[in-house]
Design a protein around this ligand. Sequence first.
Ligand code: NAP
Ligand code: MG
Length: 398
Amino acid sequence: MDKIKMTTPIVEMDGDEMTRILWQMIKDNLLLPYIDLKTEYYDLGLAYRDETDDQVTIDSANATKKYKVAVKCATITPNADRVKEYSLKEMWKSPNGTIRAILDGTVFRAPIVVKGIDPCVKNWKKPITIARHAYGDVYKGSELKIPGAGKVELVYTGEDGTETRELVHTFKGAGITQGMHNLNDSIESFAKSCFSYALDIKQDLWFSTKDTISKKYDHTFKDIFQEIFEAEYEDKFKEAGITYFYTLIDDAVARVMKSEGGYIWACKNYDGDVMSDMISSAFGSLAMMTSVLVSPEGDFEYEAAHGTVQRHYYNHLKGQETSTNSVATIFAWTGALRKRGELDGNNELAAFADKLEKATIDTIEAGEMTKDLALITTISNPTVLNSEDFIKAIAKRL
Ligand code: NAP
Ligand code: MG
């Protein structure tokens, strides 16, 4: 059989621990036998990040701007334990944070839906994708504990020295206060990423804030989305047969629970943090969540939503068998290959991505799965496979 040819490379970001092991297995069993795989390889494994003073992470993000499509393996975000474990020169920043900052992107998370892994919400039939704004609000807030009676104000000092004040509260006793901010530029990038991703996957876009209570802060989010929609996207949405829908967050939550899914729900930073955990656990498993970072220019970086599965890796190092779910990592690859195929007019490559996804889903629906899914499936007597045998079972169907 002739292998599928590629014209433009994909940026390949290798990673750490158990997912690094899965990464190689996926390439060896599911990709390299069928595709003349062209990637520009960046080793984001912690040892090499340390060796290059994290330059490799920055280079991989810049390469993503050049080639427009990347696929990333999960990586360790170092903490004090990791600094010791890997004798690091520094506690390097989260690679995802670095890449997100360079691409100025928004993260979209969606569950992979299969028969036999049923959502807790019985009317959810299609995936719900959460788009979380990744800048500001409470995550960049300043806080004060108020010891006793006194006045708290917000003060804006313009470059010319003029002051604008807003009373927060006149305290009669002890309390707490918080100041937070966001940037119009960041909100605009968020809006553009959401509109362009909705067009990309041809799904409706919902957006919700608490603009009735927060008449300046949240209302600005609502206004910026509306302005950009009308100026740049309204016609394209009509053409694609999709809609943009703004509603109050309480109303959105109620509608989401009653919906059958199949849309993107854009959320402010905190709402997205909370709602994405709710959506992923209600759909079944973190190991079945995909994640894609989309820049306002339309660069795409695909990955699994879970981490490096450290506990399984340590068992693997001890020579014990693991049953680690590779589905989200496989779908990161198929997402990137399909996007590469679309951008290059390479139909064979895009069709291969569809076939690999179908082979993966069929394998699970036939009752062959890893332990994490076997514990929650409604399929009776599932066959529990180890990490490698699960990938081989997919290869057989493929
Ligand atoms: P994790 O790797 O997501 O794993 C947490 C637990 O979830 C695992 O111990 C396992 O449960 C289960 N799990 C997650 N993915 C699974 C899969 N594919 N198959 C089967 N079970 C799976 O999170 P963590 O242990 O908190 O973090 C480990 C490392 O990952 C950390 O160094 C963190 O910095 C990094 N991380 C990276 C990313 C990223 O690169 N995007 C995201 C999150 C975390 P059981 O142990 O019960 O089997
Ligand atoms: Mg969270």
